[in-house]
Each structure stands twice: as structure tokens, then as C-alpha cells.
Design a protein around this ligand. Structure first.
Ligand SMILES: Cc1cc2nc3c(=O)[nH]c(=O)nc-3n(C[C@H](O)[C@H](O)[C@H](O)COP(=O)(O)OP(=O)(O)OC[C@H]3O[C@@H](n4cnc5c(N)ncnc54)[C@H](O)[C@@H]3O)c2cc1C
Length: 398
């Protein structure tokens, strides 16, 4: 395995560091203090778009716009995922909530790239090739009664001539109320479990899409996690992801799971970024308060640093396999399970070292402590990752 990165990627990460320090960290702290997501019209988003951020990696049929290098990595095809992981880790170091708030297609892009028809890529990714304003998309799987058990979703889709009619409710969906479109997971028949699931593009302002309510969160306040409802929400037949042909192959659940699989190393890399920030805070505090002479303090700092490095290597291994189009289900689950845990430990260590000062509510470490927990929850909890790995270990189907 070779994790060396080329000069272009190195300089992208350096620019990201500068952006993080100057813009992402302050924007995240402001959102945390105000207790609400960064607004759509925040100048930070406009500046990002002006710099070419928020672009899809899909190049389209015309050679028009170059893809935004940041999300996909810029080290050439063989380092695409590695580049994305290092970029996200660096930005999450400054603020993970801001990473998710950043304009762009985000999570559903992988589903559209792998399963969308050419017409759907043009319609739904096309506007993200050279956006002139901040734009978002969103992926909605989770429901009030279906989180880890994604096969249990109840949002229902019924065919009606040239349309589909959707009814149901979703919760904790990233960037949903500001999205141009939401890729909604629905079932044609709840009694058939995963085989009956399909994904539908639901465009903003579609009648029946509404009831948006931004959830209260303990951390990651820079981006919105939103519940919404679909009431007799009518979408064109063409909005079925992959079209009729894919519909016949009953591939709706599989596509969604592949998307979460691809996203796990990204979440894991974010956890490593948060953990590194916590470690730096803890070190700075210990140094400023003459605690580095204490062998127990040094030992705990070293342990956190070592485990974070181990988690990063697991992320890179998952990314390296993805760049070679090799199966990485176990590695994706492993890095997610491990990174979330060690990052949580690093923030706990920081809180303990700061003691009462950490509990005042005005220290970065306390925000990192609240931010990091979601890394263990989103895109499959730690327990679910362990279930996946154990099933693989003993040869049961995924
Ligand atoms: C900040 C945040 C952002 C999110 N963003 C999105 C988003 O953009 N789109 C989206 O669709 N969803 C999103 N989610 C939802 C997220 O995917 C779910 O919260 C997650 O899948 C867990 O589901 P749950 O909360 O319903 O917990 P449950 O599934 O009810 O689980 C509760 C507990 O039981 C454990 N458990 C459940 N089943 C098993 C099992 N079989 N074996 C062992 N333990 C088990 C879990 O690990 C967990 O500890 C987000 C959540 C958060 C917190």
C-alpha cells in the first residue's frame, strides 16, 4: 500500500488548513453559540461557491466544467478516495458540522453516480457542475421508526399512471429543507422488506413535501438535521432512481447500502479530524498548565495519539481499496467503528484534563465532546458496524 500523496493534493490540504482556520472554525463556533445552522445566505457559503466549491465530481456528457477537486480528491484516479479522506479529515479538524453544511450534492451523489440514468445525472447533478449560488442535495433514509433497521422503513410509494405518489415521514435528514432535491427511500410494500425499496428524487417545492422541522442536536449545530413529511407527494415516473429497468432488478436497497458503505470511511476520517483537534487542545492545555511533567498525563496523551494514528491508517486502507475498486465492506465498517471510538476517547481525555474549566461551556474541547458522538451514530452505529464485521467473519451474508 502506498499512501503518499502528490503535490497537488498536498497543496489542497494546505489550502484547506488555511480555510479551516480562517473560516470554518469561526463559522462552526458561531453556529454553536447561536444554536442554529449556518443560514443559506451566509457569506461563507457564497465565498465557497465563488472559489469553485460545491461542484459535483460528475463531468457530464460535455467537457464543460472541471470537477471540484476537493470532495473527490485531486491525486488522480488512484488517489481519489484517499484524497477525499484527507481533505475531509483536515476540514473536520476545524469543524465537522461545517463540513456537512458545505454546499454540494453530498451523500446522495454516490447513489446517483452508481445507479442514476444519464438523463437523471444531467437533470440532478448537472446544476451542480458550475453552481452560481450555494446549492445542496439530501438523502433521506431514516424515519421515526426505522434507523439501524433500514429495511423497516414505512414511507410508501404507489404508482399512479405517469407518476409516483409518496406518503411518509423522515427524520434527522442532513440539509433537507435547503436541498434542491431529496433522494427519498420508500417502499412499494412494507411486508416485502428490502426487496420492495426504491429511491425517488423529490424536488424542492413539490406539493405534499413539507412540515420541515429542524431537530435539536447536542453538537454539529452548523448544519441542519431536519424532519419532514410527504403527503400525497406526486413525482414524475422519471424520478425513480435508475428508471424502470433498475426497478425491475429490485436494486433500490442495495444502492442505498452501497452509498452508506462508501460514506463510512468519510465519517471515520471526520472522527479522526475531531479527535486530532481534541488532542491538540489537551496538549496545549497540559503544556500551559505545566502538566507535561506528569508521566500519567504524558501516557494518556501518547495513547490517544497512537490510537488516532491507527484509526487514520484504517481509513486510508479502506480508501486505498476503494480506489482500486476492490471490496472494502469490512474495512469501511472497521475504520468507522474504531475511529468513532478513539475520537470519543480523545475528547473525553481533553475534558478530563481541563476539569472544571472544560465544563464551563466556553472551551472548544467541550464543543468537540458534543460534536464527536454523532460519528458513532450516523451511517450505521458502532454496534451495527460490529454486526457487519462479525457476519463477514463467520461467512454469513452481508
Ligand atoms: C447528527 C445526525 C445526522 C443524521 N443524518 C442523517 C441523514 O442525513 N440521512 C438519514 O437518512 N439519516 C440520518 N441520521 C440518522 C442515523 O442514520 C440514525 O440515527 C442511525 O441509523 C441510528 O438509528 P436510530 O437513531 O433510530 O437508532 P436505533 O436503530 O433505534 O438504535 C438504538 C441503539 O440500538 C442499537 N442497535 C440497533 N439495532 C441493533 C442490532 N441489530 N444489533 C446491535 N445493536 C443494535 C444501536 O446501535 C443503537 O445504539 C442522522 C443521525 C444523526 C444523529
Amino acid at each position: 500500500m502506498d499512501f503518499c500523496i502528490d503535490d497537488r493534493l498536498e497543496s489542497l490540504i494546505e489550502r484547506t488548513r488555511a480555510l479551516g482556520l480562517a473560516e470554518a472554525r469561526p463559522a462552526g463556533l458561531e453556529a454553536d453559540r447561536l444554536g442554529r445552522p449556518i443560514p443559506v445566505d451566509h457569506p461563507y457559503f457564497a465565498r465557497l461557491v465563488a472559489r469553485g466549491e460545491g461542484r459535483t465530481s460528475w463531468r457530464g456528457r460535455s467537457p464543460a466544467a472541471p470537477a471540484r477537486p476537493a470532495r473527490s480528491g485531486s491525486g488522480g484516479t488512484s488517489q481519489r478516495t484517499i484524497g477525499a479522506l484527507l481533505y475531509v479529515e483536515e476540514l473536520a479538524y476545524w469543524d465537522r458540522g461545517v463540513v456537512v453544511a458545505t454546499p454540494g450534492v453530498g451523500l446522495p451523489e454516490a447513489s446517483v453516480l452508481s445507479a442514476g440514468t444519464e438523463e437523471q445525472k444531467e437533470r440532478f447533478l448537472g446544476p451542480f457542475r458550475e453552481p452560481q449560488r450555494p446549492m445542496w442535495a439530501s438523502l433521506a433514509m431514516t424515519e421515526p421508526g426505522a434507523g439501524s433497521d433500514a429495511a423497516a422503513i414505512r414511507t410508501h410509494a404507489r404508482r399512479d399512471g405517469k407518476h409516483w405518489i409518496l406518503n411518509g415521514a423522515k427524520c434527522f435528514i442532513g440539509n433537507a429543507s435547503r436541498a434542491e432535491w431529496i433522494l427519498v427511500q420508500a417502499t412499494l410494500d412494507p411486508s416485502q422488506g428490502r426487496a420492495a425499496q426504491r429511491s425517488f428524487f423529490v424536488e424542492r417545492d413539490t406539493p405534499g413535501l413539507g412540515g420541515f422541522r429542524i431537530e435539536q442536536k447536542m453538537g454539529l449545530k452548523a448544519y441542519e438535521s431536519t424532519s419532514f413529511t410527504l403527503e400525497d407527494c406526486r413525482v414524475p415516473a422519471d424520478n425513480l432512481l435508475g428508471g424502470e429497468e433498475r426497478y425491475e432488478r429490485r436494486a433500490g436497497f442495495e444502492t442505498a447500502m452501497q452509498t452508506f458503505n462508501a460514506g463510512r470511511p468519510i465519517v471515520a476520517a471526520s472522527a479522526v479530524g475531531i479527535g486530532r483537534a481534541a488532542l491538540d487542545e489537551a496538549l496545549a492545555f497540559a503544556r500551559a498548565h505545566d502538566r507535561l511533567g506528569d508521566v500519567r498525563v504524558r501516557d494518556r496523551l501518547e495513547r490517544a495519539a497512537r490510537r488516532l494514528r491507527m484509526a487514520r491508517l484504517l481509513c486510508l486502507r479502506a480508501g486505498w481499496l476503494a480506489d482500486r475498486r476492490a471490496a472494502n465492506i469490512v474495512e469501511a465498517s472497521m475504520c468507522k467503528a474504531v475511529a468513532a471510538e478513539v475520537a470519543l476517547d480523545a475528547t473525553s481525555l481533553g475534558m478530563e484534563l481541563l476539569g472544571t474549566i472544560g465544563c464551563r461551556g466556553d472551551q472548544l474541547i467541550e464543543k468537540l465532546y458534543r460534536d464527536v458522538k454523532a460519528m458513532d451514530i450516523v451511517e450505521g452505529t458502532g454496534q451495527i458496524q460490529r454486526v457487519i464485521m462479525a457476519r463477514k467473519l463467520v461467512g454469513l451474508p452481508h
